[in-house]
Design a protein around this ligand. Structure first.
Ligand SMILES: Nc1nc2c(ncn2[C@@H]2O[C@H](COP(=O)(O)OP(=O)(O)OP(=O)(O)O)[C@@H](O)[C@H]2O)c(=O)[nH]1
Ligand SMILES: [Mg+2]
Length: 380
């Protein structure tokens, strides 16, 4: 115990009480200090868990062996926006490319709350029971706006997420639509190389995300809810024309009858629409993830579709077209970004804006002015 000397300062006011006192602490005991230092030196150093940096070959080997930790890290690498990660991620993709393309790629879309995740949980468990290896990915370019969905999916796919045969990966967060597309596509390739034979991609049916997912899958399932005839009109014709099957979900309890009515109505509409895949007739089905009724039947439709596509050679053609248009899309985005970052083009855009706002130039002349400025920059 330290010993203190107490004294009263000489500047204390007249009549001050006990509170006006100072304490002088004893100095540091040199001997004790030396003892403590020696004890610290002798103590075992706590083991340091430093994550080992993996080489490209480590990643490739780990992914091909389906080491889930390495797979998850490889995905993180392709999802990273850091330039050094990007380069490494691309090297990994290049090396695993020969091992990709063997899976059945299915996209699942529908309005929020349509029951996509619950359907995936029901179907996914059946697929795992039958010996499939399943990867579930989510694509949601707006996830930085609506934070909750990832958490929701994790709880909704509770049993599936615990199964060793299933790998669930939430949507890459934020970024441009082009960025999200690249990340999702490359994640899909990594999962295929890891031996997952079925890839289910969930996307919320709003905005452009369904176009994105349609362009990376073989089969596209559109999940809808029951409703009166009026509700059907709210569904965009364009979206229906991208679907290979329409699933009227939640066909259970009181909803069962309405679901079968809705299914018939969808069938009628489909009659007048162009099918999404040449040689394939898009049909409507009902199912319930609660009772399990109709869930496996949907998978049988997917299998029939895949067999037919393979027979006709359309699967190969579709995948080639998808890969090519992806290349063009990425190139276009890069060109656009580079042009829009050029200071001279930016200055010209401002001039154009002023001319348009002040009605001193026609739209055609303004566009021409902008093109001339871009051409001049490209020639430099
Ligand atoms: N009765 C019934 N309810 C269902 C069925 N499928 C899903 N639900 C319920 O519908 C709600 C939404 O289901 P989700 O699977 O989360 O829907 P989602 O389409 O994935 O939704 P988001 O990911 O938010 O777009 C949940 O409360 C589910 O329990 C079904 O087949 N029958
Ligand atoms: Mg969901």
């Amino acid at each position: 115990m330290a010993e203190y000397t107490t004294y009263r300062p000489d500047w204390q006011p007249e009549g001050a009480g006990e509170e006006f006192a100072c304490q002088v602490m004893t100095g540091i005991d040199e001997k004790k200090l030396a003892e403590r230092a020696a004890a610290a030196k002798a103590a075992p150093v706590a083991k340091q868990y430093v994550r080992r940096q993996l080489t490209v070959d480590d990643y490739v080997e780990g992914v091909l062996k389906c080491d889930r930790t390495v797979l998850a890290r490889a995905i993180t690498m392709v999802e990273s926006n850091a330039p050094q990660h990007f380069a490494l991620g691309q090297e990994i993709i290049q090396k695993i490319l020969p091992y990709t393309g063997k899976a059945t790629r299915v996209g699942i879309t529908g309005v929020p709350g349509a029951g996509k995740s619950t359907f995936i949980e029901a179907l996914g468990n059946l697929l795992c029971d039958k010996g499939h290896k399943l990867a579930v990915l989510a694509v949601d370019p707006s996830s930085h706006v609506s934070h909750g969905s990832i958490l929701g999916d994790k709880t909704r796919m509770e049993t599936l997420s615990k199964r060793p045969e299933a790998f669930i990966r939430p949507s890459p967060s934020g970024g441009t639509l082009g960025g999200v597309t690249r990340k999702s596509r490359e994640t899909m390739l990594l999962c295929e190389a890891a031996g997952y034979d079925t890839i289910l991609v969930e996307t919320v049916g709003v905005g452009q995300s369904e176009t994105t997912v349609r362009s990376m899958v073989d089969f596209f399932l559109y999940v809808v809810l029951t409703g009166a005839g009026d509700d059907l009109q709210g569904i965009k014709k364009g979206v229906m024309e991208t679907a290979d099957a329409i699933l009227v979900n939640k066909a259970d309890g009181e909803n069962k009858f309405r679901a079968s009515v809705a299914r018939a109505e969808y069938e009628q509409i489909l009659h007048y629409l162009r099918p999404a895949t040449e040689g394939w007739t898009t049909k409507a089905y009902t199912s319930s993830s609660v009772t399990g009724e109709g869930v496996w039947e949907i998978w049988e439709v997917v299998e029939t579709f895949m067999a037919q596509m393979r027979r006709q050679g359309t699967l190969e053609t579709r995948r080639q077209q998808q890969a090519l248009s992806w290349v063009y899309q990425m190139t276009e985005e890069q060109i656009r970004n580079q042009i829009l970052a050029n200071p001279n083009v930016v200055a010209c855009m401002e001039k154009v804006r002023m001319n348009i706002v002040n009605s001193t130039m026609s739209a055609t002349a303004a566009a021409q002015m902008l093109l001339t400025a871009i051409e001049a920059e490209l020639k430099k």
